[in-house]
Design a protein around this ligand. Structure first.
Ligand code: 13P
Length: 251
């Protein structure tokens, strides 16, 4: 069976300033973790964080990338720019971008390709909203997101991650239960096997996100198809984020 090293990502969203962000990860400097740990600050802070964290193992990533490689696209930042700045990964299709900034499966597909082209690891975020969950169409929504985004993409399972973030769990304090999350992750892996093949599905890391905190991280990570966590609010608290990473390491 493929070894999937755990990955914990902090998504700092539109939070700052730089002092708070440095405080959140200062304790990681000089420490070794088996778990892969990444932070996604606002673009403007990426370089500062890379400098601040140069004696740490933390990967710095972006929360988005442009679907364009270059040109007259005011306000955009390309995958290549993120890579050149020292970025190692990028979130794509976060539900906040889908809800508020018109991100679609089609634009996610383009962005995943842009990222892969410059060797930046895409973290494709998928998830159902409350209405879809209540209507019992969660699996249909997830399948469509995976199929429409990854169906035509050529890459191996190690080059990309999927983050399952149920929209109703984001910022609400109501995380999916570990059993429910495991069931959905197993479904995602199974569908990825049908879309991309067994080898891809076996190697791809599937992260859970949505109200992760230091108290629920261990129970989530115990499950065989939960390969890591995408953490919002709790990642801004230095002690909480360190605890979550320690739990991932002990898993
Ligand atoms: P919370 O952990 O604050 O629920 O946010 C999750 C998220 O959106 C991470 O991308």
């Amino acid at each position: 069976m493929a070894e999937r090293n755990p990955l914990v990502i902090a998504n700092w969203k539109l939070n700052g300033g730089i002092d708070l962000l440095c405080t959140s990860v200062a304790a990681f400097i000089g420490k070794h973790f088996e778990t892969d740990i990444a932070i996604c600050p606002p673009y403007i802070y990426m370089r500062d964080m890379l400098n601040f964290l140069q004696h740490s193992e933390i990967i710095v990533g972006s929360q988005n990338i442009s679907k364009y490689a270059s040109g007259a696209y005011t306000g955009e930042t390309s995958a290549k720019m993120v890579k050149q700045a020292g970025g190692g990964l990028c979130l794509i299709g976060h539900s906040e971008r889908r809800q508020m900034f018109g991100e679609s499966n089609a634009s996610c597909q383009i962005k995943v390709n842009q990222a892969l082209e410059v060797n930046l690891m895409p973290i494709l975020c998928i998830g159902e909203n409350l209405q879809q969950r209540d209507a019992g169409v969660t699996k249909d929504v997830l399948f469509k997101q995976l199929e429409e985004t990854l169906g035509e993409i050529e890459c191996s399972g190690e080059q990309l991650c999927v983050a399952y973030e149920p929209v109703w769990a984001i910022g609400t304090g109501k995380a999916a239960s570990p059993d429910d999350a495991q069931n959905i992750h197993a479904y995602i892996r199974c569908q990825l096997a049908s879309i991309k093949g067994e080898d891809f599905a076996e190697k791809v890391r599937i992260l859970y996100g949505g109200s992760v905190n230091k108290d629920n991280a261990a129970d989530l990570l115990k499950n065989k198809d939960i390969d890591g966590l995408l953490v919002g609010g709790a990642s801004l608290d230095a002690e909480h984020f360190m605890q979550i990473c320690k739990v991932a390491d002990a898993n």
